[in-house]
Ligand binder design. Structure first.
Ligand SMILES: C[S@@+](CC[C@H](N)C(=O)[O-])C[C@H]1O[C@@H](n2cnc3c(N)ncnc32)[C@H](O)[C@@H]1O
Length: 273
C-alpha cells in the first residue's frame, strides 16, 4: 500500500541533497570523445549494434562486454568519475591506479595509466583484500585509487572509517573514486542504526526491503535510500583533510540495475589535501 508520507519525505530529502559536479549527460556526450578513454572504448566497438550508452544509470552492467550480451554496450558515465582520478589535468603525476575489488580487472581495457587490481579472483594483480590492516601496509603509497562497488559490504556507520582508510593509503594530492550502493548499506547495517537516521524509519518494513524490489511504488525503498544518501552526504562533506570533487547520487530506486551490489548509486571523487 502506498505510503505517501514516506514518499513525500523522501522526495524532500532528495531535493535538498547537496550534489557536487554531478554527471551531466549532455555535457559528457561532448567531453567524453576528447578524453584518452574514448579511443580505447571506440576500438572495442567493432560490429553494428555495439554502442556507447550515456545514461547516468546505465552503469556497470553495460561497461564490460559480458557474455550474456549480444553486443558491446559500453557505459560512458563511469568514465566521468574516473577521469579526474586517472587523467589529471593538473601537473600531478599518476603512476598507477589501484583498483580495490577489481572484479575482472576491466579498467585495464581502458586505462591510459597502469592499473593494479586487488580482489580474490585470478584476474586480480594481487589477492590482498581490503581490511582494517590494509592502510597500515600501504600508507601514502597510491597516486590514484578506485573502488567500484566493493567497499559497501559493511555497516553504514563505518563509512567515515572507510574514507579515513582510503585517505591513509593516498599520497598527498592523490585522488580517489568510490562507487557505493545504498541498498548494500541497508542490508549490512544494524537496524538500530538505521532507526537512528530518522523518526519515520519505524514505518519501514525491513523484511520487505531485503529482497531486491523494483516496484515503482516502493516507498520504503525510496525513503531508506534517501536516508542513506543524506547520511553519506553529511559525512563526506564534513570530512576534513579532503576536497570533494564530485558527489553524485542516483535517486531512482526503480532502476533495475541498482538492485545489485555491482552498481553504485553513490559516486564520490575526492582529493587528499
Ligand atoms: C560488485 S563487484 C565489482 C567488481 C568490479 N569493481 C566492477 O566494477 O565490475 C564487487 C567486487 O568486490 C570484491 N570485494 C568484496 N569485498 C572485498 C574486499 N574486502 N577487498 C577486495 N575486494 C573485495 C568482490 O570479490 C567483487 O569482485
Amino acid at each position: 500500500m502506498a505510503n505517501t508520507h514516506l514518499r513525500q519525505k523522501a522526495h524532500s530529502i532528495l531535493e535538498n541533497l547537496t550534489l557536487v559536479n554531478p554527471y551531466n549527460e549532455q555535457e559528457w556526450k561532448t567531453q567524453f570523445p576528447q578524453t584518452t578513454f574514448y579511443s580505447a572504448v571506440n576500438d572495442l566497438l567493432t560490429v553494428d549494434g555495439d554502442c556507447i550508452i550515456y545514461n547516468k544509470d546505465s552503469y556497470q552492467y553495460d561497461t564490460v562486454p559480458r557474455q550474456r550480451w549480444w553486443n558491446r554496450c559500453i557505459s560512458a558515465a563511469m568514465f566521468y568519475y574516473m577521469h579526474p582520478v586517472m587523467c589529471r589535468e593538473d601537473d600531478y603525476q599518476v603512476d598507477c591506479v589501484h583498483d580495490m575489488g577489481c572484479g575482472t580487472n576491466f579498467m585495464k581495457l581502458f586505462s591510459p595509466v597502469p592499473v593494479f587490481g586487488y580482489d580474490k579472483h585470478s584476474w586480480a594483480d594481487s589477492n590482498e583484500m581490503w581490511s582494517p590492516e590494509f592502510p597500515n601496509q600501504h600508507t601514502e603509497e597510491f597516486s590514484a585509487f578506485v573502488a567500484n562497488g566493493s567497499l559497501h559490504f559493511e555497516q553504514l556507520y563505518n563509512f567515515s572509517g572507510t574514507v579515513r582508510n582510503v585517505v591513509q593509503c593516498l599520497k598527498p594530492g592523490a585522488r580517489a573514486y568510490l562507487s557505493l550502493n545504498s541498498r548494500m548499506y541497508t542490508q549490512y547495517t544494524d537496524r538500530d542504526f538505521m532507526y537512528s537516521l530518522d523518526e519515520d524509519i519505524e514505518q519501514v518494513d525491513y523484511e520487505f526491503l531485503q529482497p531486491a524490489s523494483n516496484d515503482p511504488d516502493h516507498d520504503e525503498l525510496l525513503f531508506t535510500q534517501s536516508l542513506v544518501f543524506r547520511y553519506i552526504q553529511e559525512q563526506i562533506l564534513n570530512y576534513s583533510g579532503i576536497r570533494v570533487l564530485i558527489l553524485d547520487f542516483i535517486n531512482d530506486p526503480t532502476v533495475p540495475n541498482f538492485s545489485g551490489s555491482i552498481d553504485g548509486n553513490i559516486r564520490i571523487v575526492f582529493q587528499k589535501l
